[in-house]
Design a protein around this ligand. Structure first.
Ligand code: SAM
Length: 219
């Protein structure tokens, strides 16, 4: 049965699904493996964790997470993306018995409350405007267990002149005001506003991508 994309006002990438795996290593300047390993380390996984990847694209990171979990102990990695074509590629190339993919908008998650140990998101938040950033983070907060970890990698205040150039050019080239919000530095406030502890920036890549870590307070 043909998958249908989830309704959203976010900038989805259905049109790029079949070239995305070839494009991303170029966009990450050959550092994709290092970047993904960094996110994995920040997630501090244990085998029984249930992990949600928001805006998972073709599921490279989701599958890497799944490979570190123990299905017998309940470990599971779930990737969601609003673009049906992204999910179709992810399912075909990366699904396993403890790694699954669902078409879903991050601002409207079809999961029960408090069912995930960690939520991760890579390069998703610059695809959605402010109210959807807020809703997606409220949803991440809702589906995380108390004490659950949140790891976000996304465009943020540029830290180098090259980072500033790339991010401002992207904002205007892609006509994407959502990028403008990110590079004005809105994410820490929005993350804390959803109820998370104030996030730490633990690393930056290329002068415009920041890695944030935080967690949902214990009940
Ligand atoms: C730049 S890609 C990032 C993919 C992957 N996480 C990575 O790091 O390569 C951003 C993804 O967010 C998805 N997206 C955009 N709006 C969305 C929404 N409201 N809910 C879920 N996914 C969304 C797009 O379809 C796209 O696959």
């Amino acid at each position: 049965m043909k998958l249908k994309s989830a309704p959203t006002r976010g900038r989805t990438l259905d049109h790029a699904a079949f070239v995305y795996d070839a494009l991303e290593p170029v966009l990450l300047l050959g550092k994709q493996a290092e970047y993904d390993r960094h996110l994995l380390a920040l997630l501090k996984l244990t085998g029984s964790d249930r992990v949600l990847d928001l805006g998972c694209g073709t599921g490279v990171l989701t599958r890497m997470i799944g490979d570190r979990l123990d299905a017998a102990a309940g470990g599971e990695s779930v990737g969601i993306d609003a673009a049906a074509k992204m999910i179709a590629v992810a399912r075909k190339k990366r699904a396993s018995d403890h790694c699954r993919f669902e078409v879903m908008a991050a601002e409207n998650l079809a999961f029960e409350d408090a069912v995930f140990d960690a939520v991760v998101s890579s390069l998703f938040f610059h695809h959605v405007q402010m109210d959807l950033k807020e809703k997606a983070l409220a949803e991440a907060f809702r589906v995380l267990k108390p004490g659950g970890r949140l790891v976000i990698a996304d465009m943020h205040l540029p830290t180098t002149w090259m980072g500033a150039l790339v991010s401002h050019v992207s904002r205007w080239f892609f006509m994407q005001p959502q990028i403008g919000e990110n590079i004005r530095g809105v994410l820490p406030e929005v993350i804390a506003g959803a109820g998370f502890l104030r996030p730490d920036i633990v690393a930056t890549y290329f002068g415009y991508i920041a890695l944030f870590t935080t967690r949902k307070p214990e009940a």
